[in-house]
Write a new protein. Structure first.
Length: 238
């Protein structure tokens, strides 16, 4: 947030780095809970001066689980991961009335509908409430550079058709945060498939050629455009 809204980025960055440096990771490694907790309090105190800057912005947060389909594990394990992940999201909704969740990949929901219909019924209810948002539209989240256009079109066709049939949802947001490439024709493929928006973020990993935009129109050679957004993503790997 500092480069975006700070009036003194250098000073605020120094404040942030001081707060980060206050966290005693060594105490955590040494299992010294009291010392580690004390360092968290120091870090909180050190970051307090940034509060007025932060209060200038309104942040909208939503949960999302990026699940790799059968990557370094059997697909049967993926099914179990999906069950546990979706169950956790539903439980969080029970605990926190304002909690919302976003999920892509029709294959995952198809597994739930087939093997765990009670969980799927809860998802249907949350979708009706507007708290569980279906995005992506594709059958799975693919790489967007190597598969040919026909493969991508069919993934959207089958995925959107399943979501429409099972949940009555017409997906309009393309979602692929973990792709290692992007074909230039993707806006054309999306627009002709009834998708108007695209969310991704992998390019932010590039330490050499940083894309200077967060929200922009992405245009294909044929002139098709989708509104594209690079969100601020906080990743927790479990």
């Amino acid at each position: 947030m500092i480069p975006t809204i700070s009036k003194n980025p250098a000073a605020d960055t120094a404040t942030l780095e001081k707060a980060i440096g206050s966290v005693d990771i060594a105490a955590l490694d040494a299992k010294d809970q009291a010392k580690f907790d004390a360092s968290l309090k120091r870090a909180q105190s050190n970051i307090e001066p940034l509060k007025p800057m932060e209060q200038q912005a309104t942040m909208h947060l939503t949960g999302n689980s990026h699940i790799d389909a059968a990557w370094l594990w059997p697909w049967t394990e993926t099914v179990d991961v999906v069950k546990r992940t979706f169950s956790t999201a539903l439980q969080l909704m029970n605990e926190y009335p304002d909690y919302t969740y976003t999920q892509s990949a029709a294959q995952y929901n198809a597994w739930l509908a087939d093997k765990y219909p009670q969980i799927n019924d809860q998802i249907k209810q949350r979708i009706k409430e507007g708290r569980w948002e279906i995005v992506g539209g594709m059958w799975v989240e693919p790489d967007l550079n190597m598969p040919d256009g026909e493969a991508q079109v069919r993934s959207i066709l089958v995925g959107k058709r399943w979501f429409q049939k099972e949940y009555g949802v017409d997906v309009r947001i393309g979602w692929n945060p973990d792709s290692f490439g992007y074909t230039w024709q993707l806006p054309q493929i999306y627009k002709r498939s009834g998708i108007d928006y695209f969310v991704t973020q992998k390019m932010t990993w590039n330490d050499t050629n940083q894309l200077p935009f967060k929200l922009f129109w992405w245009e294909s050679p044929d002139g098709s455009r989708v509104l594209t957004y690079f969100p601020m993503i906080t990743a927790i790997t479990i």
